[in-house]
Ligand binder design. Sequence first.
Ligand code: MGD
Ligand code: MGD
Ligand code: SF4
Ligand code: MO
Length: 742
Amino acid sequence: MSARTLAGALGDLIHRQTGPLTRDLLRTPGHFGLGQVPARLAPDQTTTMVCGYCSTGCGLTVHMKEGQAVNLSPSAAYPVNLGMACPKGWEALTPLRAPDRATTPLLRNARGKLEAVNWPEALQAMVGRFKAIAGRHGPASLAFLSTGQIPTEEMALLGALAKFGMGMLHGDGNTRQCMATAVVAYKQSFGFDSPPYAYRDFEESDVIVLIGANLCIAHPILWERICRNKNNPAIVVLDPRKTETAAAATHHFALTPKSDLVLLYGLANRLIRMGRVDRAFVDAHTNGFADFEAHVAAFETEQVCAASGLTAAELDTLAQVIAGGKRVSLWWTMGVNQSHEATRVAQAIINIALLTGNIGRPGTGANSITGQCNAMGSRMFSNTTNLLGGHDFTLPEHRRKVADVLGIADEAIPQTASASYDQILEKILGGQIRGLWVIATNPAHSWINQSYARDILGRLDFLVVQDMYATTETAEQAHLLLPAAAWGEKDGTFINSERRVGLLKKVARPPGLALADFHIFRLVAEAWGCGDMFSRWTSPEAVFNILKDLSRGQPCDITGIRDYQMLDRQGGIQWPFPAAAGPQAPAVERRLFEDGVFFHKDGKARFIFDAPRPPPEVPSRDFPLILLTGRGSSSQWHTQTRTKKSPVLRRLAPAEIYLELSPVDARALGITMGEIVEVTSRRGSIRARAFVTNIVKPGQIFIPMHYEKANRLTFPAFDPHSRQPSYKYCAVRVARVDPAMA
Ligand SMILES: Nc1nc2c(c(=O)[nH]1)N[C@H]1C(S)=C(S)[C@@H](COP(=O)(O)OP(=O)(O)OC[C@H]3O[C@@H](n4cnc5c(=O)[nH]c(N)nc54)[C@H](O)[C@@H]3O)O[C@H]1N2
Ligand SMILES: Nc1nc2c(c(=O)[nH]1)N[C@H]1C(S)=C(S)[C@@H](COP(=O)(O)OP(=O)(O)OC[C@H]3O[C@@H](n4cnc5c(=O)[nH]c(N)nc54)[C@H](O)[C@@H]3O)O[C@H]1N2
Ligand code: SF4
Ligand SMILES: [Mo]
């Protein structure tokens, strides 16, 4: 398209988004600041929207003055958080005003420097370079890496644009680092990616088992929901570390890292021998129990204790507590999903819920807790691994259905799912992928085995990074930076851990020339020449209506949600909510499988299991310690691009990288509290401050992922079924720094 029509389309979009603007603004980079009244809100009022950090999905009430969001408070009426929020939620507006916001597109010039350009120039550069690459190497030489942190409507537009419009075969997201294991485990076991619970189950259990999940830090408001439980529940934590959650639990079993599979099989064996099998449930609603029973029979106490580090008495207690529960819920997060055999561990948890009949009733379930605010949206609608709406790229009838809803040709839809994140990086290394578009994720900090990741990103012919900041580790490597509006500056929906579709709203103006990701995708579509394909995708709410149609007849059917207002009134609505359910509002909290019918064709859940395997890199004489990584505090978010912009949050967490080291190891190494030490793996060496603590057991150290150097050490192992990275296990050594060198 010509520059004139492009500028016209752009003007039209910006006009609609922000009110009258002169055309000159499109051509000249510059600031027009926050501060004008977003079109749909009165100047002074409050409005409730979903938080943009974690998957808990708290409702935050934003206070407006003269059209600006000036403050916020947790919403008491929202069914998720009931008036509570964690520090990140309270401080959610601060990162929007950071001085390093990306306010204009930046293009790398001939001298290798990023230089401000206007939108038409940026779009021309992106489309020109990408088309040249695709022309020479085919459309499969372009790929995208996206996120669980933008609204579902934006994800769907990106996925449809990239794959159906621009012809890309491959696109994945940071949800691969996070939820891929739960997705595969649920699909294989239940027939669809379907976390079955409502948060109320936390309040209704008499036994709560948390496996590799540190709720107090990572999902603080879900921990608050546990605290509302009136049944005096047993709270059992399976975590190698004595985390804040473990310390507050009634039982903590500090299992050896990556021994979960052996332990859970041993536990299943015990429960079966204790006569704790719910025969009626197993017979009516599951397949494969007899084989599973035979498989776990070999997991005797001695072997299980040797592998897990638990004593026989501890194993006994664990089995007794679970066997004694009438309403047992089992919850897991990254301690499970990030492992070399993660999918089978997740399914070992599912198997325990199935065999004890702890599913489909209040206070029960095999429950994966999601990570990012919209990881669940990306699982259903990002068009990466699944075809839009939880469909399957490989099934002709699914491709036809999606093509019909979208009014496109079947042939526009790829017949295979995308390569996974790690495979995309391998393809860059192999020269098959040469152009990459990174949206709302920061792989140059968060991907496993960093020096390799950065080297790979550095090999691209053209790297486009679309972010709200120009200063992220990945943005620094970009050839083109596209400035994005952030949470609070745009409309759309997120889906939280309990499958609740919640609303977000524009309560602030994006800075400078930054645009909502939604509008950036629309502009790229126009510039690419496939704008016609998206003529109905005019606004987030128009896309929401398309997504409803795509979900029809699927387990995640949301055709009953009339419009955004209905979401606003109800405090979000969980899927499924099909139109067939009738016009009445749905119950506030609903769980799946109350009828015992699962999503496989025969309606039955499956027992799936495998032989345990050792991790690919284990401690040795030279690297005697195990490195664990994860979340460090409730006020730090991932790579900290947002949370470090808040002075309040900064004060709540250590400014520099540290490691948890046991007193036993510290003594043996001659290391004292607070000393700077060197941590070395086969992939790299970093310096960090020693925090000597009994949180970790001897032989293990822990480093939070929030500091850029953490992933220089990690070992790139992947679960073979989910391709999720195993961030939480590799071999390292720790040494004092020679005082002369310190
Ligand atoms: N404050 C804050 N909250 C967040 C995030 C954040 O960055 N900051 N991120 C969000 C996201 S995207 C996610 S995915 C979630 C993650 O939430 P969590 O999974 O709860 O957090 P992690 O700290 O990564 O890992 C949890 C625990 O797994 C344990 N673990 C390590 N290895 C093993 C093992 O082999 N077996 C078992 N059983 N446990 C093991 C670790 O010791 C750790 O305590 O948090 C979400 N919430
Ligand atoms: N060692 C180790 N590494 C880990 C983990 C671990 O436990 N240990 N956990 C893994 C997990 S579970 C996850 S989820 C990943 C997270 O890894 P990342 O996704 O890389 O981390 P974030 O810091 O959340 O990056 C989000 C980026 O999006 C930008 N952004 C925010 N909002 C918007 C928006 O609306 N639009 C646009 N365009 N940009 C936006 C932010 O500025 C930031 O640069 O890390 C993984 N890495
Ligand atoms: S718990 Fe999660 S959703 Fe709730 S306020 Fe904190 S970061 Fe936001
Ligand atoms: Mo995550």
